[in-house]
Design a protein around this ligand. Structure first.
Ligand code: ATP
Ligand code: MG
Ligand code: MG
Ligand code: MG
Length: 469
């Protein structure tokens, strides 16, 4: 099943359950200083969730383009993470609640008319105290107890405001992907044998200032499912990157680089990172974000540079990312005409930025040569950590590039000094983040928020620090 068909099925299914189909909003949040990017299907619908706006129809469905830079480290390493992805969602604003949402999720996933997953491959997680959700899965759906995992982290709570338990649906990809005896293979574990496809959030409490929880008069439903993950299962391929959403981009990159996919692991990571980042950059530029030195623009600049650097590892030494824009358009244009309509503009922006980065790289190399010469003169064989950090911060030189160059010249680089300079910058970012407050992200299938102590990726400064890897 092609990804575009999965998307249409999702929307038609919920339309048949009397949902209004809401087009994808821009990646740039509107009137929402708490978010740098739209990172979940619910994010653009917040005014409905907090009651500022009453929707004509309390049932809404969408396929929303999302950016999550906090997943950048995962890109190319896991089978399932992107910085740009599409989140399929269905929402109830004070209308239906747990029973309906669970019943419909099951119908959509298992009915032959819709997705047609083998029901025996599905498991779910619930919040341990959420007996209602457990009961619907177990008694109404008939899911056996051993396929309902109780996890403490299945509670969506970010401090004051609406919050509640969630239930997540996992698809078992089979023995090829991990051993069932290994708990890391179970839902919630590190292994991807059980692939998380869908999160259903029950927004039913208010987290009060004094730390207590009281039931909300209007309970909402907020769900999110990854289109790319559905595609990987339905197309029976190894990872999201092997679906029709990515393969044409990877193939074009292979042509440009003169390499083959699935031959060399390192090349594959590079191909996946490039395919991921070009989607993010093309869509963000299409939504009006220009590469720059701050905020969203800086993230786009960093992502583009990162893709260029990965391009170098597969032998591409010239601007090439802009050429992938049209491929992104061919794949995504059916639902997101903006990438096709604005193609020339997007290409121009990306190309200019790539050219500029190539120049920057050459300038960085000049600075590096100077540093090597200066070190020699001073009778040392070590490049200082502060200097390495400056190279990285100003010219986007990652540590290992500096290290490679140094070692070619018989030198080493002070790693500790580099790390502490980096840490100092992170500290500054953290302090600035506390100043900005504004972390009041409401709703959204963001279950792991309660697990992590930092809401990384939802704040521009921290995101900048993170994105540099
Ligand atoms: P994971 O545990 O796999 O990182 P998550 O729990 O962080 O996912 P949610 O916040 O629950 O994800 O988002 C809802 C759904 O969106 C997920 O079940 C998944 O299908 C999809 N999704 C989340 N993050 C990504 C991503 N970075 N790339 C692709 N799909 C994603
Ligand atoms: Mg989740
Ligand atoms: Mg998860
Ligand atoms: Mg995640």
């Amino acid at each position: 099943m092609k990804a575009s068909e999965i998307r249409s099925k999702w929307l038609s299914f919920f339309e048949s359950k009397r949902h209004h189909i809401e087009p994808s909003a821009s990646l740039v949040p509107h009137n929402d200083p708490s978010l740098l990017w739209i990172n979940a299907g619910m994010a653009p619908l917040k005014p409905y969730f907090d009651g500022r706006v009453i929707p004509d129809n309390p049932r809404i469905t969408n396929s929303q383009k999302c950016i999550r830079t906090n997943d950048i480290e995962n890109v190319g390493k896991t089978r399932r993470h992107h910085t740009f992805f599409e989140m399929l969602g269905n929402f109830s604003i004070g209308d239906y609640f747990k029973e309906e949402v669970i019943t419909w999720a099951w119908e959509f996933l298992t009915s032959k008319e819709w997705i047609g997953f083998d029901p025996d491959r599905l498991s779910v997680t619930v919040y341990p105290e959420d007996e209602e959700a457990y009961k619907y899965w177990n008694e109404k759906i008939g899911l056996p107890a051993e396929r309902i995992y109780k996890l403490d982290e299945n509670f969506w709570d970010i401090g004051e405001g609406p919050c509640g338990p969630c239930t997540e649906i996992f698809y078992d990809r089979g023995d090829k992907y991990g051993d069932l005896n290994d708990p890391e293979c179970w839902p919630g574990g590190e292994n991807e044998r059980f692939l998380e496809v869908w999160n259903l959030v029950f927004s039913q409490f208010n987290h009060n200032k004094d730390g207590s929880y009281t039931p909300l008069p209007n309970k909402n439903i907020d769900t999110g499912a990854g289109l790319e993950r559905f595609a990987s299962i339905l197309q029976d391929v190894d990872s999201n990157f092997d679906t029709d959403l990515f393969i044409p981009i990877i193939e074009r990159t292979c042509e440009i680089a003169g390499v083959k996919y699935h031959v060399n692991d390192e090349h594959d990571v590079a191909l996946k990172v490039i395919a991921d980042h070009i989607r993010t950059v093309a869509f963000a530029v299409g939504d009006g974000v220009m590469p720059s030195n701050e905020g969203r623009g800086y993230i786009i600049r960093r992502l583009l540079r990162r893709a260029v650097r990965y391009g170098k590892t597969i032998g591409i030494d010239r601007p090439f990312l802009y050429e992938l824009t049209s491929v992104v358009g061919e794949i995504m244009g059916v639902y997101y005409p903006e990438v096709v309509d604005k193609r020339e503009f997007i290409e121009r922006v990306i190309r200019t930025e790539e050219e500029r980065f190539h120049e920057t790289l050459s300038e960085g190399l000049v600075m590096l040569s100077d540093l090597v010469a200066a070190a020699r003169k001073a009778g040392t064989t070590e490049i200082g950590g502060e200097d390495a950090f400056r190279l990285y911060d100003t010219y986007g030189f990652p540590f290992d590039l500096t290290e490679d160059f140094a070692s070619e010249n018989g030198m080493t680089v002070d790693r500790e000094g580099f790390d502490s300079a980096m840490e100092a910058q992170r500290e500054r970012a953290r302090a600035a983040r506390q100043d900005t407050g504004g972390m009041n992200v409401q709703g959204g299938p963001l279950a792991d928020f309660t697990v992590k102590s930092e809401f990384v990726g939802y704040n521009e400064l921290v995101t900048e620090a993170q994105i540099t890897a």
